[in-house]
Design a protein. Structure first.
Length: 255
């Protein structure tokens, strides 16, 4: 992975603080891992790569999603509701920072993220902490008493930022899931999820690169994807097209 990123100029985490985009428009793409080298080659002259203090150009994330026992948040998303929310605890493994995060997508397709730092020991049971419960109660439109840990995921992330520092790209790979309700695990080693984060739906060099490669946006939720793969009892009719797309990507061969 380092070889793919060696020609990108680096940008530090502290320099990235102005590009957090906590209120944004997201555009997601599903690509095969074998397509990633060609994509990165096209981007290296126009984007910085975020690096750690040690100069490592990628990070590892561990996330625990909360939902009701009936997977209400999953089913709201499956039903195609434009207004939806997710609750998660996330460990930024390289820095050991842990956050409680509430993501809200409104009917104008904007994503707003609110978060607070939490102690590492609260990762698996954060709603037992009164201060965290109070934060979640204020930001989430669900009864906190009904929420339980549902799905855990792990992945590696590359973060790019354009020269003007007006957009971020997150490139997630090596996705692994563990369902705390069913005890089932799954992984998708061939899949890469790329997300473009902007203040609005503006033209982007990245969008043009993928359009030239005939790669088009596909909305996907890692929570919903992992839930489908590890819980056979949930509804999935509306997501079948996405799953076929993911299966098709596994058949692509390296150029």
């Amino acid at each position: 992975m380092k070889d793919l990123l060696k020609n990108f100029p680096p940008i530090s985490l502290s320099e990235m603080q102005g590009v957090k985009l906590m209120n944004r428009v997201d555009t997601k793409y599903l690509v095969a891992r074998v397509q990633l080298p060609a994509i990165l080659k096209r981007l290296e002259s126009d984007y910085f790569v975020q690096t750690s203090e040690e100069g490592v150009p990628y990070s590892h994330y561990q996330t625990l999603y909360y939902d009701t026992p009936q997977q209400t948040m999953y089913h709201v998303h499956h039903a195609g509701k434009l207004h939806r929310q997710k609750l998660r605890a996330r460990i930024y493994c390289d820095t050991q920072d842990v956050f409680c995060e509430v993501k809200t997508k409104n009917n104008k397709k904007r994503t707003k993220k609110k978060r607070i730092p939490i102690p590492m020991e609260c990762y698996g049971n954060m709603l037992e902490d009164p201060d965290i419960r109070d934060f979640v109660s204020q930001k989430l439109e669900y009864d906190v008493c009904q929420l339980v840990p549902q799905l855990e995921n792990n992945f590696d992330r590359i973060t790019l930022v354009n020269r003007d520092k007006t957009e971020r790209l997150t490139i997630d790979s090596h996705l692994c899931f563990y369902n705390r309700y069913t005890g089932e695990s799954a992984e998708i080693p061939h899949l890469v999820i790329i997300e473009l984060k902007q203040d609005g739906n503006y033209p982007s060099f990245f969008k043009q690169v993928l359009a030239d490669m005939r790669i088009h946006p596909h909305r996907i939720s890692k929570y919903c994807l992992g839930t489908m793969l590890t819980n056979s009892s949930v509804k999935r009719n509306r997501f079948k097209k996405k799953m076929r797309r993911i299966a098709k990507l596994a058949q692509l061969k390296e150029a």
